[in-house]
Structure formats: structure tokens, C-alpha cells
Write a protein that binds this ligand. Structure first.
Ligand code: IYR
Length: 232
């Protein structure tokens, strides 16, 4: 490993960066292996109640918090809910909203689009999964003095952090669901979050149930999601 050196630029400390480098062949191999591994991740709705080590959750959240963010503000709070009474409260509130969504708030096209997933308003996984990670985005920061400070590209930043979070969960052999009860403001109330935080995603985490089935989905092929602009 090359030793890191410090350089002062306009009074700010920079550190030399030496990311791992591979041969072209190794680069190809690593990219393929990573794709295959990431492609094996699936959203899961059937959880086991088997306990998950708290330290694993802490490491997963450390990974999520390495995500790039606007002006490096890291505008996120991950609330980790393990208390059964709180999980029950969240389930009740989510199901109330979801019931109304499935019975009138979502239009026919939306309901048809969800048919292959076979979801409904009932969310038992919110009580079964050992942990609920409730992700909040921070529209702005509040300094200890009470002064407000701006955050930038907040949704982009928190979205990327959630991507890292899901990858870290997968790496640990755990499963998750990116759940979006709508509206989500009940989460701010139940978890008593400050005014600068808005709920972003509700992510139950745990081991999969003994028997877990997921929809047999096909992912779009590269040609349908990528446009290359090569020299002609
Ligand atoms: N929030 C509802 C509905 C739902 C919406 C989408 I878009 C999904 O991909 C899946 C579900 C629910 O969680 O059931």
C-alpha cells in the first residue's frame, strides 16, 4: 500500500488517493463478478424473525454513510427501529395509509402495474423483520446555535446512500424491502423527528423467511437502458 501524503491547497488539507488498480483482464473479471453478485439481490417481503447482530446493522449503516453527497453534507439520518411496540405502531399507521391507497388513492393503471408483485395494504413484515431502518433526508441542518445551514441535492444524495445501504445489506447475507408507504409523514410523528427531516424510505431488514418467493422478474437488457456515444 502506498503511503498517503497530505497537501495543503488554499489552506485546505488534501490527502493523496491510491485506489486499487487492476489489469484490464482483472478489471473485466471484477466488473463481471460484481454485476453477477448485485444481480442476485432481490426485494423481499417475507422475513424471518431470526435476530440480526446489532453490530452488523451498524456496519451496514457505516457503509451507507460513505455515499457521496452534495458538498459532503451527508444529509441523512437512519433511524433503526428494533422495539416491537414501535414496530407495531409503525405497521398500524402504514397499513392505515396503504389501505386508503389501495382503495382509491392509486389509479387503475398503478394497481395493474403492481399486480405482478401481488402486494396489498397488509404489511406484516413491518413487525416480523427484526429491524426497520427508517431513512430521513435532511432538507437543511440545524447548528447547535439554532442557525439553519443549507444542504444540496438532498434527494440525490440520500438516494445514493440508500443504494449503498441495500448493497451492504445484500453483502451481509440479509434481505430488505424498499418500502414507500404513502404519505409517510406518520414516520416523523412516531419517531419524533425534528422539522428539518423528511421521511424518505422505510426499509425492513432481516433474514429471509424459510420459504421465500419473489416475483419472477426480468431486468431490462443493456441495450434498453444504455446509449453509447462512441467516436465515429
Ligand atoms: N406503497 C405501496 C404500493 C407500492 C407501490 C409501488 I410503485 C411498488 O413498487 C410497490 C408497492 C406498497 O408498499 O404496497
Amino acid at each position: 500500500m502506498k503511503e498517503a501524503t497530505i497537501r495543503l491547497i488554499d489552506g485546505y488539507e488534501f490527502i493523496s488517493y491510491h485506489p486499487e488498480q487492476f489489469s484490464n483482464e482483472e478489471t473485466l473479471q471484477h466488473s463481471q463478478e460484481f454485476y453477477r453478485w448485485l444481480d442476485s439481490r432481490r426485494s423481499v417481503r417475507d422475513f424471518s424473525d431470526k435476530p440480526v447482530p446489532r453490530k452488523a446493522i451498524e456496519n451496514i449503516l457505516r457503509s451507507a454513510s460513505t455515499a457521496p453527497s452534495g458538498a459532503h453534507k451527508q444529509p441523512w439520518t437512519f433511524c433503526v427501529v428494533a422495539d416491537p411496540a414501535l414496530k407495531k405502531e409503525i405497521r398500524m399507521a402504514a397499513e392505515k395509509e396503504e389501505h386508503d391507497s389501495y382503495h382509491g388513492r392509486m389509479n387503475e393503471e398503478w394497481l395493474q402495474d403492481l399486480k405482478p408483485l401481488q402486494t396489498d395494504w397488509k404489511k406484516p413484515f413491518l413487525e416480523i423483520a427484526p429491524y426497520l431502518i427508517v431513512v430521513f433526508k435532511k432538507a437543511y441542518d440545524i447548528l447547535p446555535s439554532g442557525e439553519k445551514r443549507n444542504n444540496y441535492y438532498v434527494s440525490e444524495s440520500v438516494g445514493i446512500a440508500c443504494g449503498f445501504l441495500l448493497a451492504a445489506i445484500h453483502k451481509a447475507g440479509l434481505v430488505a424491502l424498499t418500502h414507500t408507504p404513502n404519505p409517510m409523514n406518520f414516520l416523523s410523528k412516531i419517531l419524533k423527528r425534528p422539522a428539518n427531516e423528511r421521511p424518505f424510505l422505510l426499509i425492513p431488514v432481516g433474514y429471509p423467511a424459510k420459504e421465500t418467493f419473489v416475483p419472477k422478474l426480468k431486468r431490462k437488457v443493456l441495450e434498453n437502458v444504455v446509449e453509447f456515444y462512441d467516436a465515429v
